[in-house]
Write a protein that binds this ligand. Structure first.
Ligand SMILES: C[S@@+](CC[C@H](N)C(=O)[O-])C[C@H]1O[C@@H](n2cnc3c(N)ncnc32)[C@H](O)[C@@H]1O
Length: 244
């Protein structure tokens, strides 16, 4: 198993992310709000979309809640995550499907090709686990899955730049995690929250690449109107459009 497999396919890690980390991401609501605003301006309401590395489907569900006529495909390689996505989609899942596939292998697109082309591909905090060459190739594979005019948005962890902002980012995340723990009524101290963040088990599976390099890789893949729509230290919402 690769390092990513070792962490993300573990049920306890998946649940710990969903229960303790996802909701503590600083400005998570704002990130999703900006994502939806970009989608609203570029993608029709009856769109077909994919949520890559969907986790519990937080991004895809937000798209589907905004566009109930959309058709969505949720993909993840973790059974725990796909089950969580299916469960959280609940009664609105009629137009949604859930697929277990591993996008680390170039052949992963075979799992979704039958439903392609898509108007929209979104991904949240998932592609950064791939080696950089694989990220680069994935951007080409995603481009091929899109319909002309289709949009790709990646909300992901990137290299904090300049490098000295890494400490600011860690501090911001720890503050957010601590606040989240306090709201839950937990007795955790800020020091303990800092320990949780710095010692998080998925940390070793992160392979971060600079935002500028990734925008270059998107352009290389054929995307136009590439842009970063939101960035806070190590987290960025960026993407591009397939030409008409
Ligand atoms: C940090 S979680 C993010 C989940 C969700 N997108 C979100 O924004 O909350 C990363 C997700 O990517 C999935 N993942 C990681 N590597 C993957 C791969 N090679 N193929 C498919 N899914 C993968 C993990 O199982 C996990 O659900």
């Amino acid at each position: 198993m690769s390092r990513t497999d070792e962490v993300w396919k573990k049920e306890d890690l998946a649940n710990a992310f969903l229960e303790n980390v996802r909701a503590a991401i600083p400005m998570a609501a704002e990130q999703i709000d900006i994502m939806l605003r970009v989608i609203r301006s570029r993608v029709p309401s009856d769109c077909s979309f994919v949520d890559l590395g969907c986790g519990d489907g937080i991004l895809g569900r937000a798209v589907h809640a905004m566009y109930p006529q959309s058709t969505g495909l949720f993909l993840d390689f973790s059974e725990t995550m796909i089950e969580a996505a299916r469960e959280k989609a609940g009664s609105s899942s009629g137009r949604l499907s859930f697929i277990i596939a591993d996008f680390a292998a170039p052949g992963w697109t075979a799992a979704v090709n039958g439903s392609a082309p898509f108007d929209l591909v979104v991904s949240g905090y998932s592609i950064h686990h791939q080696p950089n060459e694989r990220k680069r190739n994935m951007y080409g594979e995603i481009f091929d899955l899109l319909a002309p005019g289709g949009l790709f948005l990646n909300l992901d962890t990137v290299t904090p730049e300049p490098v000295w902002t890494e400490g600011i980012w860690d501090d911001l995340f720890i503050d957010s995690l601590f606040e989240f723990e306090q709201k839950k009524g937990s007795a955790k101290t800020r020091e303990q929250a800092a320990g949780d963040w710095m010692g998080r088990p998925d940390r070793a599976a992160n392979i971060l690449a600079p935002l500028d390099d990734q925008l270059d890789w998107l352009r290389e893949a054929g995307f136009v109107d590439t842009a970063c729509f939101f960035k806070v230290f190590a987290q960025a919402l960026f993407g591009g459009t397939k030409p008409e």
